[in-house]
Write a protein that binds this ligand. Structure first.
Ligand code: NAD
Ligand code: GLY
Length: 355
């Protein structure tokens, strides 16, 4: 089993990556301090994996809430429902919340854990590729608002991340592709050799070959753990993890949450960021073409929704959390494997790309 660490002093925690982890009762129980557990999952994941988790929790006082699937669930109404359930079940401050599912479940459950009784512990048990490589790690929790994606939230680190590779076997191929978008993000911002490796191994990744998945997940988590340890609250380099996200979040918000998967919107966002980088003279057309080709091979879109205008993008992008003094800051690429947070680009370049 691979075990990485997110090094945050006394709040450090491990990321376990391997097959069969959901059956390892001693592993999960080790991270539950009391005897009360609140499990949050969704209507697809629960029928597949909840029994395995409950078997591990035998003897504990367990409350469960199963939520509807998808991005549309990630809102304040759902959070209120979870608080209602926990209060009705008299969950105390020593309850441990367990998020069993993809990034939607992890973000909501983490946010509930951050707020309930002013903060309780939680474990991330991610079951999508996207969640295993990204959302379960790093302690960003939160929900969407009609006016913007992930606009309400808190930093709250989990006690551990338990990524059972076996759960990925039941993922739909569209969800695998969405996860690969975030995998490619790590390569683009940090590691040109990883980008080349992904190009070589794309077919195996799409086929969910276990060894390939494991290697990719570990590579991504290593990069994420390093960036989070150095900059937990995103005052510096952690922002690089948002490559493509300012454009992508605009797509998700404009199209209503759920029509576009997060990873799909990020894929298009990364292409727009690459096109800006090309216009600034940083990326060559060959590199942009290479990127587009690999995203297409991964089964991802590379063009924005045809109905979205430049004005639509800008309206949503001006609410991005990275906006500073009214300026939209963007993660752009100096080269494949090297990203930079930029605010002093000419506006004309952004407008040209959006048009
Ligand atoms: P998701 O949680 O909606 O899961 C995708 C779909 O796959 C859902 O329908 C779910 O029911 C299903 N599913 C989950 N596990 C499955 C399994 N093992 N087998 C079969 N089906 C399964 O979406 P996601 O792509 O995992 O996460 C996207 C969310 O993550 C977005 O809201 C995004 O904003 C957020 N995110 C957060 C961070 C962070 O740092 N907190 C980082 C990246 C993304
Ligand atoms: N997904 C971006 C971050 O965790 O910072």
């Amino acid at each position: 089993m691979a075990v990485l660490t997110v090094d945050l002093g006394e709040r450090s925690y491990p990321i376990h990556v391997d097959a069969g982890l959901l059956k390892r009762d001693e592993l999960i129980r080790e991270f539950i301090a009391g005897s009360e557990v609140m499990v949050v999952s969704d209507e697809t994941v629960a029928p597949l994996y909840l029994d395995q988790l409950l078997a591990v929790l035998t003897g504990m006082r367990v409350t469960c809430q199963i939520l509807p699937c998808g991005e549309d669930t990630k809102n304040l109404h759902t959070v209120t429902q979870l608080f209602d359930t926990m209060l009705e079940a008299s969950c105390s401050r020593s309850v441990t919340v367990i998020a069993l599912g993809g990034g939607v479940i992890g973000d909501i459950a983490g946010f509930v854990a951050a707020c309930y009784h002013r903060g309780v512990e939680y474990l991330q048990v991610p079951t999508t590729l996207l969640a295993q490589v990204d959302s379960a790690v790093g302690g960003k929790t939160g929900i969407n608002h009609a006016l913007g994606k992930n606009m309400i939230g808190a930093f709250h680190q989990p006690r551990c991340v338990i990524s059972d590779i076996d759960t990925l076997a039941t993922l739909e191929s569209r969800q695998v592709s969405a996860g690969i978008a975030e995998v490619l993000k790590y390569a683009l911002i940090r590691d040109a050799r990883f980008f080349a490796w992904l190009s070589e191994h794309m077919s195996a990744l799409l086929a969910c070959d276990r060894d390939t998945l494991t290697e990719a997940i570990i590579a991504c988590c290593r990069i994420k753990a390093e960036l989070v340890a150095a900059d937990e609250r995103e005052t510096g380099d952690r922002a690089l993890l948002n490559l493509g996200h300012t454009f992508g979040h605009a797509i998700e918000t404009a199209t209503g949450y759920g029509e576009w998967l997060h990873g799909e919107a990020v894929a298009v966002g990364m292409v727009l960021a690459a096109e800006m980088s090309q216009r600034l003279g940083w990326l060559g057309s060959h590199e942009v073409d290479q990127m587009r080709e690999l995203l297409v091979r991964a089964g991802l879109p590379v063009d924005p929704p045809p109905e979205m205008t430049a004005e639509d993008f800008l309206r949503h992008m001006t609410r991005d959390k990275k906006v500073c003094d009214g300026r939209i800051r963007l993660v752009l690429l100096k080269s494949i494997g090297r990203a930079k947070l930029v605010s002093d680009y000419p506006d004309s370049v952004l407008h040209e790309v959006l048009n």
